[in-house]
Design a protein around this ligand. Structure first.
Ligand code: AMP
Ligand code: MN
Ligand code: MN
Ligand code: MN
Length: 282
C-alpha cells in the first residue's frame, strides 16, 4: 500500500513570471513528464502565473495547489515563506505582494551602480533583459547577466563573489514582515510553510525562535525535502518538523534546466513518518 507521504508532490518552483526560465505551461509539462502528481508553482512575491499553471496542470490531469514564495525580513536576514492553497484573488495577499515587489526596481538600480563601480557597466539593462516580468527583477537576473558577460562561469560562482553581503552588487533590502506574510497567506485560506530552512544564516537559538514565533502566528509547515538540502539536512529538518509539530513539504525549487540543483519531481519522497503538508488539502 502506498502512503500519502509517498505521493510525488513538487510544491516549490519558479517560472518566467519570477526568476525561472520556463513558462508555467513548460513547467507543468516537465513536472508531469517527471512523474509529479501534485504540483505548485511558487513564484517570488507574485501570483501572475497561477491561472496559467492551474490550467496547464488541469489539462494534463495533474493535481494543483496555488502557490507563492514570499520574501521576508526577519532578525535582519532574508527568509522565504511559501504559501500553498491560497485564493490568488484575495485582496490582502494581492496588495501585500504588490507592496513587497515595489522596492525591487530601485534596489536593482542601486545594485547596478555598485557593479558599475566594480567595473561592470550596463547591469540594470542587462538584468532587465533576462527578466520575463519587469516588476520582478531579482538577483537571479543579475546573475545571468554576469554569466553572459563572462564575469563568472556560472550563477553559483556569481552568488559566491557578487550580489551577497560584503561583495559588489549587494544592496540590503527590507522585505515583508514575517507576521504580515503569514497573515496574508492565512487570510487567503492557505497554509504557510518555512522554505529551505537549511539556507538561513541564523544560529540555533534564532532558528528556535523562528519556529516558535512562526507557529504562534499560525504557520503550519516546513520544507524538509528541497533542492538545496543535503541528505543530512533531510534528517535534521524532518526531526524539526516532528519536534515543533509542523507538516512537512517537498519541493525542488527548480528555476532552470541548467542552473537548478535538481529537476522537478526527482528528489527523494517524504519519509512515511512525517505528516505531509498536502494532508491539509485532502
Ligand atoms: P532576490 O529575491 O532578488 O534577492 O533573489 C533571490 C534569488 O536568488 C533566489 O530565489 C535564488 O533564485 C537566487 N539565489 C540566491 N542565492 C543563491 C545561490 N547561492 N545560488 C543560486 N541561486 C541563488
Ligand atoms: Mn529564485
Ligand atoms: Mn527561496
Ligand atoms: Mn524558490
Amino acid at each position: 500500500m502506498t502512503s500519502i507521504s509517498s505521493i510525488n508532490a513538487d510544491l516549490h518552483c519558479h517560472s518566467v513570471v519570477s526568476d525561472g526560465t520556463l513558462t508555467p505551461e513548460e513547467l507543468a509539462q516537465r513536472a508531469h513528464a517527471n512523474g509529479v502528481r501534485l504540483w505548485a508553482l511558487t513564484d517570488h512575491d507574485e501570483l501572475g502565473g497561477q491561472d496559467r499553471a492551474r490550467a496547464a496542470a488541469k489539462a494534463i490531469g495533474m493535481e494543483y495547489l496555488t502557490g507563492v514564495e514570499i520574501s521576508v525580513t526577519w532578525m535582519g536576514q532574508t527568509i522565504h515563506i511559501v504559501g500553498l492553497g491560497i485564493d490568488a484573488a484575495h485582496m490582502g495577499i494581492v496588495e501585500g505582494l504588490r507592496l513587497t515587489r515595489d522596492g525591487r526596481g530601485n534596489r536593482a538600480k542601486l545594485m547596478a551602480e555598485q557593479l558599475l563601480k566594480a567595473g561592470i557597466p550596463g547591469a540594470y539593462e542587462g538584468a532587465l533583459h533576462f527578466a520575463g516580468n519587469h516588476d520582478l527583477i531579482s538577483r537571479t537576473h543579475f546573475a545571468r547577466f554576469l554569466v553572459e558577460q563572462g564575469v563568472c562561469k556560472d550563477t553559483e560562482h556569481v552568488f559566491k563573489n557578487y550580489l551577497v553581503e560584503d561583495k559588489p552588487g549587494y544592496v540590503p533590502h527590507l522585505w515583508a514582515t514575517l507576521d504580515n506574510a503569514v497573515a496574508w497567506i492565512k487570510d487567503a485560506g492557505g497554509v504557510a510553510v518555512i522554505a529551505h530552512p537549511g539556507r538561513y544564516k541564523l544560529n540555533a537559538m534564532q532558528m528556535d525562535e523562528l519556529y516558535k514565533h512562526f507557529k504562534d502566528i499560525g504557520g503550519l509547515g516546513i520544507e524538509v525535502i528541497t533542492g538545496s538540502h543535503s541528505p543530512n539536512q533531510y534528517q535534521t529538518y524532518g526531526k524539526i518538523a516532528q519536534q515543533y509539530g509542523f507538516m512537512a513539504s517537498r519541493g525542488s525549487d527548480f528555476h532552470d534546466p541548467q542552473e537548478s540543483y535538481i529537476d522537478l519531481g526527482t528528489l527523494p519522497l517524504l519519509p512515511d513518518h512525517l505528516t505531509p503538508v498536502w494532508s491539509a488539502f485532502q
